[in-house]
Write a protein that binds this ligand. Structure first.
Ligand code: SAM
Length: 208
């Protein structure tokens, strides 16, 4: 996975590559999909949600310009795999998930793996997580209609937000940098994510 899917493309950050070597992805996928855990694609994790493709996670984390001195907020805990990758590279990780069962499952697993720098919250991450703001970095792992205004408030000056946005023409990954009162955005790449739900997302979460 690391050799071909990450290094073989454009993942060059050694902290990111080392984190992917360390975190056992097969523990984060459903038991019946363990054989496919290191495949070059996303996998279902229940509740209509997915664990993202390894490369896309690596790309997003590299785009955050990670550093061991920084605090990061992840919106969309999902399986907790990205959370563990972030925990390897950042000082503190805050992660918020809308679906309580997913949050609890990720929390149990990360505790078992001895991660002690992660704070889990259940709730609507489209509103950010005011309690521990400001953050040096924010990563959104579901596709939003636009940059949610609370994230602009909760990112520190000089901070970076990486977020997939869908304005009706497919998902595009954006990186925003905050400089004073200004948010400067750039488009990074096309991508494909489940929709962000909640107040500043695409409506209420419903799973049938
Ligand atoms: N990074 C995750 C991983 O490694 O497994 C994958 C995340 S999955 C692509 C997106 C997650 O965002 C889902 O678990 C979904 O329930 C969650 N989500 C969607 N809208 C949300 C919201 N408003 N607040 C928090 N989580 C949300």
């Amino acid at each position: 996975m690391v050799e071909y899917q990450l290094k073989g493309r454009d993942i060059t950050n050694s902290d990111v590559l080392n984190a992917f070597l360390k975190v056992p992805r097969h523990l984060f996928v459903p038991e019946n999909l363990v054989d496919e855990a290191y495949g070059d694609y996303p996998l279902p994790i229940g509740f209509g949600q997915t664990i993202s493709q390894p490369y896309m996670i690596a790309y997003m984390v590299q785009a955050l310009e990670p550093d061991k001195s920084l605090r990061v907020l992840e919106i969309g805990t999902g399986s907790g795999y990205t959370t563990a990758i972030l925990a390897e590279i950042f000082k503190e990780v805050y992660t918020i998930e809308l679906i309580p069962e997913l949050s609890q499952r990720a929390r149990d697993l990360l505790e078992k793996l001895n991660y002690s720098n992660v704070t889990f919250k259940i709730g609507d991450g489209s509103e950010g997580l005011k309690e521990f703001a400001p953050y040096d970095r924010i990563l959104v792992t579901a596709s939003a209609p636009d940059l949610p205004p609370p994230l602009e408030e909760q990112i520190a000056d000089g901070g970076i937000v990486v977020i997939p946005i869908n304005k009706g023409f497919g998902d595009i990954l954006y990186r925003f940098r905050k400089k004073g009162d200004e948010m400067k955005g750039e488009q990074l790449t096309f991508c494909s994510f489940v929709p962000l739900k909640g107040k500043y997302g695409f409506g209420e979460y419903r799973y049938e």
